[in-house]
Ligand binder design. Structure first.
Ligand code: C5P
Length: 308
């Protein structure tokens, strides 16, 4: 297939989980979820370029805006972005040989779906580069094959995911919510956090939505949203990384409206009243030495978008 443009860049947001209700493990090892996502203004950029002559596979290169924490990212075909390119090529008959450059801002293995964002970005970028033009529903189906959080990275906004978290329904959300994220030096394995959850909660009930949370979003009520934040993966993340309890209490003491481990962690998310409040929370976290670094972001923002 002839490339439509030689190079395409897609910008993809991170997510924070506003509610992550986790049911018992199913026969396939996955858990049934009620997973409320919000896309936030912390982005990776994925640039795909038509392959050089003789190149046969998708090749991945990296740069990190902060030049740190990228050591856990594979550069071979196991990278989720390379797998996304191959998955789209298989589905459309395109040639999977493509150069993929990842500019990473989203923490690696941080519970903010950075790998899923890169996969969503690669899907959309390759779809544009190759001119395959798949309908949104079909891209979303391929995204779900790559990982439970990948469809949301395409969609963005605020949405609830059921099933494994991949069956999405957008939620009404008014206004802007301001977040501080406390990033850790080392990531946590999502699979290990789920295994620890199974040990701690062998009797987990089926996951349920929370009407209070949905009302808070619909009204743009940050205080009510702060009260409604909930994450069943927080106890196992704290069991694996005890110091996160100090991080959470440092943010709470700084007046955060809500303090929660993001997804499977170790990133902690703090909901602020406004932008000035984010600076006070971040300063308190730094003064306490409660995390490696902080970033401020707001949500909701749109999902993956083509920049060029
Ligand atoms: O779907 P994804 O590959 O992103 O999931 C990463 C890991 O998280 C899985 O290998 C599984 O251990 C766990 N997981 C789960 N139940 C879900 C989603 C993810 O157990 N609904």
């Amino acid at each position: 297939m002839t490339p439509v443009t030689p190079s395409v860049t897609v910008r993809v947001p991170a997510k924070v989980n506003l509610r992550l209700a986790v049911g018992p493990a199913q026969a396939d090892g996955y858990h049934e979820l009620v997973n409320v996502f919000q896309a936030v203004s912390l982005y990776d950029e994925v640039t795909v370029t038509a392959a050089r002559p003789g190149q046969r596979l998708a090749a991945v290169t990296l740069d990190g805006a902060n030049g740190e924490g990228l050591s856990g990212v594979p550069l071979d075909r196991t990278n989720l972005a390379a797998r996304a390119a191959e998955c789209l090529a298989r589905a459309t008959g395109a040639d999977a040989a493509v150069d993929i450059r990842l500019s990473k801002n989203i923490p690696v293995a941080g519970g903010m779906a950075g790998g899923s964002a890169d996969a969503a970005g690669a899907l959309l970028a390759c779809d544009t580069l190759w001119g395959t033009g798949l309908p949104e529903a079909e891209l979303s189906r391929l995204a779900a094959e790559l990982g439970s959080d990948v469809p949301f990275a395409l969609l963005g906004g605020t949405a609830v995911g059921t099933g494994r978290g991949e069956r999405l329904t957008p939620l009404t959300c008014q206004g802007v919510f301001h977040w501080v994220f406390a990033l850790a030096d080392a990531g946590l394995s999502t699979a290990e956090v789920y295994r620890t959850y199974d040990r701690l909660r062998p009797d987990a009930p089926p996951p349920k939505p929370d009407p209070d949370l949905e009302r808070a979003l619909a009204r743009g009520d940050a205080e009510a949203l702060g009260r409604a934040l909930a994450n069943d993966l927080q106890p196992p993340a704290l069991a694996l990384r005890r110091e996160l309890a100090d991080t959470l209490s440092a943010g709470r003491n700084a007046g955060a409206l809500g303090a929660i481990v993001s997804g499977s962690g170790p990133t902690c998310a703090f909901l602020a009243a406004d932008e000035a409040h984010t600076r006070r929370i971040a300063a308190a976290l730094r003064d306490r030495g409660a995390c490696a670094r902080t970033v401020h972001a707001y949500g909701p923002v749109p999902g993956a978008q083509v920049l060029s």
